[in-house]
Structures are given as structure tokens and as C-alpha cells.
Design a protein around this ligand. Structure first.
Ligand SMILES: *[C@@H]1O[C@H](CO)[C@@H](O)[C@H](O)[C@H]1NC(C)=O
Length: 292
């Protein structure tokens, strides 16, 4: 009996060691996956590569980028935003190509004064042209724990998700003459910077520098996409740790369309496609057809 119990215990221990190794492998590692872009000592990798913090003070913000460039993929990042009075600060998680006529897919998190809600700002640039803003409030406090923000980018559509709930879709409408990002590889970028000239309540509320440094934490970066091979236009290996290729064709089924409709009804606070005053000559083409 004793030896059987011992055998069982050591077997379970082995299983749990294997399981924690796999979990660590799935989570990725910031030392391997990213490089700092600016901010000197304000960029920190902690916990053996599992946690990354960016901070902002009156001299500078900070940021990083993925080492790989991708042409399509699913990109997940967990963020814990600046607690308390974060007015004037902007944290980002976005994809961007480089150079003229760039493509970009943005998540930006606009801070607020104490007790006032964060705003999630999204935008899509194609061939250098943006102006496709949609803004949301959140159904949770994004400063007390980590939440997952994801961008799915495939040839048919771009989907923005929060904790795996779709909040926005940008469909490929090239057939209607709307440019779609599909030829330029993009990197993942994250940053924390000051934008108190516009970010909070239209720029009326400024950053309180007596509270600096401001800090945002990043965790569990997962890029499940097509990695660009330097010097080649082809997509090389799919750099996928968990080998889940669902993003390649991911869309919205009936349930997904219901969820996004519900989120947009309750939490969308700005939609360029409803801003008639901004487009006196008529809405952009992509606003004219069904949203999902
Ligand atoms: C900040 O809070 C105000 C008041 O609740 C709200 O109108 C605004 O959308 C919030 N977000 C930003 C970024 O100003």
C-alpha cells in the first residue's frame, strides 16, 4: 500500500512538472520574442522573461517591438493598465509595417482621472491612411488584473477581441475599392507614452507628474502567425507554439455576431461610421455595407 501510494504521488509530481513546462513554453518569453525600442531603464523584463513592464515619467515613455515580422496571424497580449489617476497616458499594443504607405492595426488604451473609465481606442490604417477610429469602454476595471487583448488578421478580415470577445471587425472590402492590409509584413509594437494634448477628455485633463512614474505590465505574448523570412516575399514557417491555425479563416459565426452586436450597443462610445458631422460628403465606402 505504502509503495503504491508513493508511486502514485511521484507519478502525479512528474505529470505536474511536465504540465508546467508546457505552460511556460506556450506563454512565450519576452527575452526571446521582443526588443526594446526606447525608454532606457523604463523597460524591464522580469520573472525570467514572463513579465514585462514599461514606465513613463516626465522625461520619456518606453516601448518594445517583436523581433519577428508577420504577414497575417493571431496576436494576443495580456495587459494590466495604470491604476488610479492615469490621465494623459496612453498604453499601446499594435501591429505596424514600416515606411511609406504603411499599414497599422491599433489597440490604444487612453488613461483617465481617478475613478473614471479607461477608453479602448482602435484604428486601422491601410496604405498610410487611417481615420477609422472606434472607441469602447470596458466591462471590467483593466487596472486591477491582467486581461487579454487580441488581434486576428487574416486575408478576409481583422478582428479585435477583448478576453476573447470580439469588439470590432474590419472586413476585406477590396472588391468595393477599399484598400486592405495584405502585402506588407508587420511587427507587434507596445509602448507607454504621454499624450495629454488629446488623450483624456479631449485633452482637457493633463498628466499629474507628481504621480510619476506610471507603469503598465505585459504578460503572455503569443504570436501565432506567418513569420516573414528576411529577404523573401514568401511567408516561411508558421511560428506557432500551439499549432492552432484557426486564425487563418477565423470569422464570426451567428454567436460571434450576436456578441459583437451586444458589445457595440453597450460599450462603443465612438464610431467614425456614425460621425456624420465629420463626413459631410458622405461616409467612407467601408461604412456603407453591413458592419459584421
Ligand atoms: C474619461 O472619463 C470621462 C467621464 O466619465 C469619459 O467621458 C471619457 O470617455 C473617459 N475617457 C477618456 C479617455 O477621456
Amino acid at each position: 500500500m505504502i509503495s503504491l501510494a508513493f508511486f502514485k504521488a511521484s507519478f502525479l509530481l512528474q505529470i505536474s512538472i511536465i504540465a508546467s513546462f508546457l505552460l511556460a513554453a506556450y506563454a512565450g518569453n519576452f527575452y526571446q520574442d521582443v526588443a526594446q525600442t526606447f525608454g532606457d531603464q523604463r523597460f524591464k523584463i522580469l520573472e525570467g522573461g514572463q513579465l514585462l513592464t514599461l514606465s513613463l515619467d516626465q522625461t520619456s515613455g518606453s516601448g518594445f517591438q517583436s523581433k519577428n515580422e508577420y504577414l497575417f496571424g493571431r496576436f494576443d497580449m495580456q495587459l494590466k493598465l495604470v491604476p488610479g489617476n492615469s490621465a494623459g497616458t496612453v498604453a499601446t499594443f499594435y501591429l505596424s509595417s514600416q515606411g511609406q504607405g504603411h499599414d497599422e492595426i491599433d489597440f490604444e488604451f487612453l488613461g483617465n482621472s481617478s475613478g473614471q473609465p479607461y477608453t479602448v481606442h482602435t484604428n486601422v490604417y491601410t496604405q498610410g491612411k487611417g481615420g477609422r477610429e472606434q472607441r469602447f469602454s470596458l466591462w471590467f476595471d483593466p487596472t486591477t488584473s491582467f486581461h487579454t487583448y487580441s488581434i486576428v488578421w487574416n486575408p478576409q478580415r481583422i478582428i479585435f477581441l477583448v478576453d476573447n470577445i470580439p469588439i470590432r471587425v474590419f472586413n476585406n472590402q477590396e472588391s468595393n475599392g477599399v484598400p486592405y492590409p495584405k502585402n506588407q509584413a508587420m511587427r507587434v509594437y507596445c509602448s507607454l507614452w504621454n499624450a495629454d494634448d488629446w488623450a483624456t477628455q479631449g485633452g482637457r485633463v493633463k498628466t499629474d507628474w507628481t504621480l510619476a512614474p506610471f507603469t503598465v505590465s505585459y504578460r503572455n505574448f503569443n504570436a501565432n502567425g506567418c513569420v516573414k523570412v528576411p529577404g523573401s516575399s514568401a511567408c516561411g514557417s508558421t511560428n506557432s507554439l500551439n499549432n492552432d491555425q484557426a486564425w487563418q479563416t477565423q470569422g464570426l459565426d451567428a454567436k460571434g455576431r450576436n456578441r459583437i452586436r451586444g458589445v457595440q450597443q453597450k460599450f462603443m462610445i465612438y464610431n467614425y461610421c456614425s460621425d456624420a458631422a465629420r463626413f459631410p460628403q458622405g461616409f467612407p465606402t467601408e461604412c456603407r455595407s453591413s458592419r459584421f
